[in-house]
Design a protein around this ligand. Structure first.
Ligand SMILES: Cc1cc2nc3c(=O)[nH]c(=O)nc-3n(C[C@H](O)[C@H](O)[C@H](O)COP(=O)(O)O)c2cc1C
Ligand code: SF4
Ligand code: FES
Length: 545
């Protein structure tokens, strides 16, 4: 395929558009609340009313306000788009009425001008909910693979690496390592086999950003990987997806086959000497397999256990070859950076944190779903305006970012901007994007115990500080929560946290104490009030679980 053919396919797709398009979200969350039946019922209602020549049903990915799903959007020429919430199959005739231009009654209309949408800045998500993830033509019409063509024929490897470096993009998988620097390191390695790996393991409880991107816009991830492969000189790539994401796996698989068929992946891409083959590897759900060295062991067919670094994957990765590992969202930023340029990207965000961040906003907020905001936005704006604040009868207490490696930030500090360093200074981390809002009923000791149990269960057991330390930390937290821990326990808890943090081999153990330390820092009274006093009195009744 050459550029003309690509443009012709995109134009023919655009020419096939009908005056009215009904977009039904068929991503995991909406499917779980019955979107499949809604799609079938709307298709039936369109046919019954003889609207097939005027109205087209599109099966799209996440429309972002997942808590209100199933979501259906009606786009009519010359009218404002209308987004309908909590649609069930019985409402299909109402949707068909809306598509005919008649009033839609008895159905919940979402305000697309509300802060939930207005304050977001979709870059990674620009085509999420817009393109049909199972039809490559739909992605091509939205511009997919144009950046790859530009990179291949105009920028060249050095130009691409320079653009990504200048953009200031940092890895979205958690650590925030500068992406351009990582690419440059792999590119500088001597010629020979090199690999590109997309980390789609997404093991943090509460996180679903990467899943949504893969389910909703898989070609974007593939295009980002292909550009990276071209930049570093790799011809083989793997996407390591967790087995709990069957829909993402199926859509990626379809997307890979479609892109291969059109010569956008595989051999002689865009009729050039560039070859890039992508394969899927399915993880079995171990959190530690998201750690890059464990992930590579797992791809190689060995037990997924971390190994010491250096050597870093960029020098010695898969089968001892230089390997570039980036997160799903990191790759999904690349097509936009190549298309719009590094100056455009670096103008968004803050000095040290450029661009946007996608969050999976969940917990005690009115609006939960997929949220993409410019870096630097205060946490308060995300929780109170985008999230709509606490539901009636509850008061926001804290927000948890970074999952089991992160921390809890109290509402008093919600003016903190969302950026790597600011969150780290509070003892939390940006993490990959899980954001769980908590209210007055959430018990911080219980939260810390929950995350410690997670780390204890997920510890691979290779090193003692993590294997034994997480068990001991869990037991201490359990005793504190039950009100049977002696006075002085907090000192011992902190000392053990310090040891586990500094002596563990990989990020799982090193970050496991974070939820404990951050809750001790900001909610110490919740711990102290549970300790048995020196005169032997129990502090307070144990918390029921
Ligand atoms: C226990 C553990 C789990 C991790 N899980 C993930 C994950 O699910 N997805 C991810 O992209 N990175 C994960 N990481 C970070 C990766 O090791 C690695 O830094 C990342 O994939 C690099 O990509 P980036 O530079 O684009 O962020 C994890 C790290 C640790 C220590
Ligand atoms: S820190 Fe924990 S997960 Fe990491 S290698 Fe050691 S035992 Fe395994
Ligand atoms: S999954 Fe449907 S709106 Fe997010």
């Amino acid at each position: 395929m050459d550029l003309e053919e690509l443009i012709a396919l995109a134009e023919s797709e655009r020419a096939g558009r009908l005056p009215v398009e009904v977009r039904v979200c068929l991503a995991a969350s909406c499917l779980g609340s019955g979107a499949g039946g809604v799609r079938d019922a709307i298709a039936g209602a369109i046919a019954d009313r003889g609207l097939a020549g005027r109205v087209r049903l599109r099966e799209v990915g996440c429309l972002r306000l997942c808590s209100e799903g199933p979501l259906v959007q009606v786009d009519s020429e010359g009218a404002d788009p209308a987004l309908y919430a909590k649609v069930d199959a019985r409402l299909a005739p109402v949707i068909a009425s809306a598509a005919s231009g008649d009033p839609a009654e008895g159905i919940r209309l979402v305000d697309l001008g509300s802060p939930f949408f207005a304050l977001q800045r979709p870059i990674v998500l620009e085509n999420t909910g817009v393109v049909e993830p199972e039809r490559i033509e739909s992605s091509l019409a939205a511009g997919a693979y144009r950046s790859l063509h530009h990179a291949l024929h105009e920028l060249g490897p050095e130009g691409m690496i320079a653009e990504v470096t200048r953009s200031g993009l940092r890895g979205r998988g958690g650590a925030g390592y500068p992406t351009g620097l990582k690419w440059a390191t792999v590119a500088k390695m001597p010629p020979g086999p090199k690999y590109v790996v997309c980390n789609a393991d997404e093991g943090d409880p509460g996180a679903f950003m990467d899943r949504s991107v893969m389910e909703s816009d898989p070609h974007r991830v593939l295009e980002g990987m292909a550009i990276a492969a071209l930049a570093v000189g790799a011809d083989r790539g793997y996407i390591y997806v967790r087995g709990e994401y069957p829909l993402a796996i199926a859509r990626l698989d379809t997307a890979i086959r479609q892109a291969r068929r059109l010569g956008l992946l595989g051999s002689m891409i865009f009729d050039s000497p560039f070859n890039f083959r992508v394969d899927l590897r399915i993880g079995a759900g171990a959190f530690v397999c998201g750690e890059e060295t464990a992930l590579m062991q797992s791809i190689e067919g060995r037990r997924g256990q971390p190994r010491p670094r250096p050597p870093y994957p960029a020098e010695s990765g898969l089968w001892g070859c230089p390997t570039l590992i980036n997160n799903v969202e990191t790759f999904a930023n690349i097509p936009a950076i190549i298309r719009e340029g590094s100056d455009w990207f670096s103008a968004i965000g803050t000095e040290g944190s450029k661009g946007t961040k996608v969050f999976a906003l969940a917990g005690k907020v009115r609006n939960s779903g997929l949220v993409e905001v410019p870096m630097g936005l205060p946490l308060r704006t995300i929780v109170d305006q985008i999230g709509g604040g606490a539901p009636e009868g509850s008061t926001t207490k804290a927000v948890q970012t970074g999952g089991p490696s992160g921390g809890c930030i109290p509402s008093g500090l919600f003016d903190t901007p969302v950026e790597y360093e600011a969150l780290k200074a509070l003892g939390s981390i940006m993490g990959s994007g899980g954001m769980i809002v908590m209210d007055q009923d959430d018990d911080m000791v219980g939260i810390a115990r929950f995350f410690m149990k997670f780390c204890m269960d997920e510890s691979c057991g290779k090193c003692v500080p993590c294997r034994a330390g997480t068990v001991q930390l869990y037991r201490m937290l359990d005793r504190i929560e039950r009100g049977v821990a002696p006075a002085g326990e907090l000192g011992r808890l902190e000392a053990l946290c310090d040891l586990v943090k500094h002596a563990s081999l990989c990020g799982l153990g090193q970050a496991a104490p974070n939820p404990v330390l951050s809750t001790l820092r900001f909610f110490r009274h919740e711990y102290e009030s549970r300790l048995v006093s020196p005169d032997g009195d129990g502090a307070r009744a144990p918390t029921p679980r």
